[in-house]
Design a protein around this ligand. Structure first.
Ligand code: NAI
Ligand code: MG
Length: 354
């Protein structure tokens, strides 16, 4: 039997509400399936930690995390800490520090969850966005000289390297090859950003030559925003830069009914470092403290994590349990039209595991 050590970072806001019951579901899953065991270590990093220590995580935080097989992450962001401090001090530090260059974000319409789009049935929307996750617009290169003076300049440089672009595009091609439709769309804005995304386009063509079995398209990001709403069923795998992937996946969350049901994995494909699994949503401060946050995105992250760790049967069992609960339709949180609590949904999924 395989054993895993998982670092758990609930973080802030609803991260603290969805993470503990989701871990309890994973513990129950291990009991019923019997193919693996796991130990979960809670790390109290986030905005409360920042208020006490002036940093979102300890200086040796990455050293600590390196000892784990994977990281299960809730969300960060609070009213007391500026968003760029909380995001960069924790999530981006881990993604960049652990070279988790492929942020894999599936958007799958679950049974029983209404899409805001007309006539969409379960499975009609089944796409994955691969978002470049270590460079691009979120590299953190730039500065603000002459602060506060009329001459103040703000420079935030998007950084694209050939190697960084090539590896994430290759990852997306491999993913497209592994899915039934073998279709990949590269999303850029190379008409306006001819240097960085012009290079991206060229690399997309070069890498594509190695994947003759994958059909491809190139599309500008604004047109893709419209297509995600008008005909998401025409999409299989998308690959995009850090910023574009971030924005498009909130549309992805919206069209599958809620940001709260969309999982993601920050993947280091070479397994040089642990990968990190987190729902795509943030700390949802507008609903915090009410026990109504949707935990399904967090649970589906658990399934992605188990798949990544080499437990595909366990992953499938959990996904099936989630679908059984949404399909039954009576234990759903308010964001997807129900009136159940976070805890009740996790209990229902636990029961559905058998
Ligand atoms: P958000 O994703 O937290 O919330 C957007 C909307 O979706 C809100 O109305 C919220 O109630 C709803 N929502 C999100 N997750 C939900 C869930 N599980 N169940 C039910 N409803 C849900 O984005 P927002 O409001 O822009 O940001 C709030 C904070 O989160 C900010 O501090 C931001 O910086 C941070 N953030 C952190 C992220 C991360 O940790 N990866 C990602 C995005 C935002
Ligand atoms: Mg986002």
């Amino acid at each position: 039997m395989s054993h895993y050590s998982i670092a758990v970072i609930p973080g802030d806001g609803i991260g603290q509400e969805i993470t503990p019951p989701a871990v309890a579901v994973l513990e129950r899953l291990a009991e019923v399936i019997g193919t693996f065991s796991a130990e979960y270590t809670m790390l109290p990093w986030g905005s409360d930690y920042y208020k006490q220590h002036g940093v979102m995580m300890p200086d040796d935080g990455l050293e600590t995390l390196k000892r784990y097989d994977a990281i299960y992450f809730g969300a960060v962001g609070s009213r007391e800490v500026p968003d760029h401090v909380s995001l960069r001090g924790l999530r981006l530090k881990i993604c960049q520090g652990f070279d988790q260059y492929a942020n894999v974000r599936p958007a799958y319409l679950l049974p029983g969850i209404p899409s805001p789009l007309r006539d969409k049935q379960a499975g009609d929307i089944d796409l994955v966005v691969v978002r470049e996750n270590t460079e691009g617009e979120y590299t953190g290169a730039g500065g603000r000289p002459h602060r506060g003076h009329p001459a103040e300049v703000a420079v935030q440089t998007a950084v694209f390297t050939r190697s960084g672009t090539e590896r994430v595009i290759r990852y997306a091609f491999e993913l497209a090859r592994s899915r039934p439709r073998h279709h990949l769309v590269s999303v850029t804005k190379s008409n306006a950003q001819e240097f960085s995304l012009g290079m991206w386009d060229e690399i997309f063509e070069e890498v594509g030559a190695d994947f003759p079995d994958v059909t491809t398209e190139r599309m500008l990001v604004d047109a893709m925003a419209a297509r995600l709403v008008r005909s998401p069923e025409s999409l299989d795998v998308l690959v995009a830069s850090n910023l574009f992937g971030d924005i498009l996946t909130d549309i992805g969350g919206a069209i599958i009914g809620s940001l709260g049901v969309a999982p993601s994995g920050n993947i280091n494909p070479e397994h040089d470092y642990p990968s990190m699994f987190e729902p795509i949503h943030g700390s949802a401060l507008d609903i915090v403290g009410q026990n109504i946050a949707n935990p399904l995105g967090m649970l589906l992250c658990g399934a992605m994590m188990l798949d990544y760790l080499g437990q595909p049967e366990a992953a499938q069992r959990l996904t099936d349990a989630v679908q059984a609960v949404t399909g039954a339709g009576h234990t759903l949180t308010p964001d997807v039209g129900g009136n159940a609590t976070t805890t009740a949904v996790c209990d229902a999924v636990k029961a559905a595991l058998g």
